[in-house]
Design a protein around this ligand. Structure first.
Ligand code: SAM
Length: 221
């Protein structure tokens, strides 16, 4: 088997480093040595978009996706959204945006070139705090689950303050979906306490191809 090669490196604003690895046709982003996203499996990242879009109504939904990763969630959302939709993609590490405009672009069918997409190369927390009753859906996949991995500064997102901020940023009947590599009963309870009708869905990492189960936390206002 071919060895993994490091092809790019970028500092994460809160400390640490994101490293882009390639092995033949495969790509992976690792943060401080731990895999954050890989092109080997992306079924659950796509399912995340599917469950959010299935809960939307209206011709011009506004959707916030954080973060970009390898672009699979953004692509899956675009494939399901109407021509009038707006998709704001928040990405903490500007280099990840550049990688998606370059070597990674073909992986998910060049989603950043879609005219419905607006890329915000900054912390999703900033966008959440600035929004009031703005988004129909918020999709969060910035760590490996509801605990800080990419940067320590993500921790608040999954606590009471973060969930209150998400709630404020959503329109009435809005929906939030949080991706996780594993179940987290405490987070599901917090989501419920924060005022969301909560559903927890388990979904295979490789979609119809199976693989380990990942968890989607769905909160509806
Ligand atoms: C697990 S990957 C996302 C995978 C993506 N769902 C996909 O389909 O490829 C996490 C991404 O979130 C970004 N990220 C981490 N913390 C963030 C934050 N606070 N705001 C915005 N993006 C963030 C990371 O740099 C990384 O690109």
């Amino acid at each position: 088997m071919k060895p993994w090669k490091v092809i790019e490196r970028a500092p994460a604003p809160g400390g640490g480093e994101l490293v882009l690895h390639q092995r033949g046709e495969e790509f992976a982003i690792r943060v401080n040595g731990r895999e954050l996203m890989s092109s080997r499996q992306h079924g659950s990242e796509e399912r995340m978009a599917e469950v959010a879009c299935a809960r939307l109504s209206g011709k011009r939904p506004k959707v916030l996706i954080g973060g970009l990763g390898l672009g699979y969630t953004v692509r899956a959302a675009l494939d399901r959204l109407s021509p009038g939709a707006e998709v704001v993609v928040s990405e903490l590490v500007p280099a990840v945006v550049a990688w998606n405009q370059g070597v990674l672009a073909p992986l998910a069918g060049r989603p950043l070139e879609d005219p419905r997409v607006k890329v915000e190369p900054r912390d999703v927390g900033e966008l959440l705090r600035a929004a009031e009753g703005h988004y129909d859906a918020i999709l969060l996949d910035v760590d490996n689950g509801p605990e800080a991995l990419t940067q320590e500064g993500n921790r608040w997102l999954y606590g009471e303050r973060g969930l209150a901020s998400i709630r404020r940023a959503l329109k009435p009947r809005g929906v939030v979906v949080v991706w996780s590599a594993s179940p987290d009963q405490a987070f599901a309870s917090r989501l419920k306490r924060a005022g969301f009708d909560t559903e927890v869905v388990e979904t295979p990492a490789r979609g119809k191809g199976g693989g380990p189960l990942h968890t989607l936390f769905i909160g509806r206002l």
